[in-house]
Design a protein around this ligand. Structure first.
Ligand SMILES: Nc1ncnc2c1ncn2[C@@H]1O[C@H](COP(=O)(O)OP(=O)(O)O)[C@@H](O)[C@H]1O
Ligand SMILES: C[C@@](O)(CCOP(=O)(O)O)CC(=O)O
Length: 523
């Protein structure tokens, strides 16, 4: 298997961003070929310990930038959630559910920035001039796009508060307000860090096909989108383009990932960084962060096997912060016991990594799958011991165990959310069309005679209010559609905001219509 290890931002000497100058009737004179992101700021040396050479000053763009879309996948943690928060290894894989972020630049006279995050009912506008630029520009606190930011600056978070307090307020529940304010804070902190008072007025619209708070990394994917879009706007990224050198592509991803982590800190408090790392890089990653002041160790597993997985949502929303705090509290009470549980999870992750990166691993061999499956079961048991399961997750595990189709573990923070089931190879290959139709959260045609255990299980899950998702593992990470044109059609804000449900969004902007239109950094 091909793996790449990337631990810190390296040096780059190649800057191949292409100015969008060619004329096109639909795009304010910007080229339709996805290589037309404005030229990036020259990349420069930046190291993990913060030493860097000063970059050259950036020029302001004069023509109105075209609308563009950034997209990033959700994830499933296959092994090692929670342990990863305490410095142990985890394996996470990208899934095919994604978030999409449309950026529309306003005319020069419109000095506002608006968030239209319709999935969470957030529609908010700030006057650019009213924002706390002074606090963020203070030389003692100012962070640059190439900095490694590993903690939030409390004073800057405070300075932002008056502009967040009014966000998302309505008649609805405090939980909904919290969700909106978390997303708005993530955006605003990055906007104020990466932009300036001269930043163009813009509308930023988010649509996602990832269920929120189900353990599938919706926040990380949103964070990666925000980071990549704002870095593109401040011209801190080169590419993506097809002839980009691997090392340069890796550096661009690293830059996006660093700021996505900052956004994750605003949503979660204390994230390990595994979610934003897999969402940025795509494929699958072995991830470990021993020291929060340093970049994590990341091995990207580019040809992660297509494991036959079933992804089931308990439909119980959870809070990652609460579940992470539970484990921390338990560790405070029983340090040795909890540390042993976390070490056991670490051994599981490492054993799986060795197995699937070994030359002779075959993803359809019953022995190989059995090994991975048994370790999934043990990993789930350890997470249950740490107190992060939920009666619905245990019910789900019981139903899958009874059916004999495979091995189940919770994925993500637990306390609700999703579980993954690794199917036995014989079960996976006997999946009928009926099963396939019933994936993606919808029940299929209801006949009462089921020929396979998987069909029986599918019906049982549906009857008990669980939701199945169809997804493939290990696709591309962050991608860019610049300008926002697929085929000959320019995607505008109205179309983007009114696309109906997951299918509508995917049909409008997903890669299905024109695979070549989207560009990805591919080291
Ligand atoms: N479609 C979306 N639009 C805007 N913000 C979103 C969207 N999906 C998720 N978020 C942000 O991410 C947060 C969810 O994070 P979290 O509870 O960790 O769930 P998950 O396990 O899905 O990452 C939300 O509170 C919201 O701030
Ligand atoms: C529990 C944890 O390991 C994973 C959380 O994933 P999610 O937020 O449930 O998608 C926390 C983390 O790694 O930051």
């Amino acid at each position: 298997m091909h793996t790449t290890t990337a631990t810190t931002n390296g040096d780059s000497t190649h800057v191949n961003g292409v100015n969008g100058t060619a004329k096109h009737p639909h795009t304010n004179g910007h080229h339709l070929n996805g290589d037309s992101i404005p030229k990036s700021t020259p990349t420069h040396n930046a190291t993990a310990n913060g030493h860097h050479h000063q970059p050259r000053a950036r020029k302001d763009s004069s023509p109105l930038a075209p609308p563009f879309i950034v997209s990033a996948p959700g994830k499933t943690i296959v092994y090692g959630e929670h342990a990863v928060v305490h410095g142990k290894a985890a394996i996470a894989a990208a899934i095919s559910l994604r978030s999409y972020f449309l950026v529309t630049t306003l005319s020069k006279s419109q000095r506002t920035v608006s968030l239209r995050f319709t999935d969470i009912g957030l529609d908010h506008t700030w006057n650019i001039a009213d924002l706390p630029w002074k606090a963020f520009a203070n030389p003692a606190r100012k962070k640059r796009y190439y900095d490694l930011v590993t903690s939030l600056d409390r004073e800057l978070v405070e300075a932002m508060q008056p502009h967040i307090m009014g966000v998302g307020k309505g008649e609805e529940s405090p939980e909904k307000v919290k969700v909106r304010q978390a997303a708005a804070s993530a955006f605003l902190y990055l906007f104020l860090s990466l932009g300036s008072e001269r930043s163009p007025g813009c509308e930023y619209a988010m649509r996602s096909t990832i269920p929120i708070a189900a353990g599938l990394g919706s926040s990380a994917s949103v964070s990666v989108c925000i980071s990549a879009a704002l870095l593109i706007q401040c011209r801190a990224l080169a590419g993506p383009h097809p002839d980009q050198q691997g090392k340069e592509a890796e550096e661009q991803l690293e830059r996006i990932n660093r700021w996505a982590f900052v956004a994750e800190m605003l949503i979660h408090g204390n994230p390990s960084g595994v979610d934003n790392t897999v969402s940025t890089n795509g494929h699958a990653v072995l991830f470990q962060r021993k020291d929060y002041a340093k970049p994590p160790s990341v091995s990207v597993m580019r040809d992660f096997p297509e494991l036959p997985l079933l992804l089931v949502d308990t439909c119980v929303q959870k809070s990652t912060a609460t579940e992470v705090a539970k484990v921390a509290a338990l560790k405070g009470l029983h340090p040795t016991v909890v540390e042993n549980c976390l070490d056991a999870i670490d051994s599981i992750t490492r054993s799986v990594y060795e197995r699937i990166t070994s030359e002779d691993f075959e993803s359809d061999s019953p022995e190989g799958i059995q090994h991975l499956g048994e370790l999934m079961g043990i990993n789930h048991g350890l997470l249950t011991s740490l107190g992060v399961s939920h009666p619905r997750l245990e019910r789900l595990r019981y139903l899958v165990d009874q059916s004999g189709v495979g091995w189940t573990k919770l994925t993500g923070a637990g306390g609700g959310g999703c579980a993954i089931t690794l199917l036995r190879p014989d079960v996976a290959t006997s999946t009928t069309n009926g099963d396939a139709a019933e994936l993606n959260g919808e029940p299929g045609t209801h006949n009462t005679s089921y020929s396979t255990p998987l069909e029986r299980l599918t019906q049982q899950l549906h009857d008990e209010g669980f939701k199945k998702y169809q997804t493939t593992l290990g696709g591309d990470g962050v991608g860019v559609l610049y300008p926002a044109v697929i085929g000959e059609e320019e995607i505008d804000l109205e179309m983007f905001l009114t696309a109906e449900g997951r299918e509508g969004v995917e049909e409008l902007v997903g890669g299905g219509r024109d695979r070549e239109a989207w560009k990805f950094w591919r080291p």
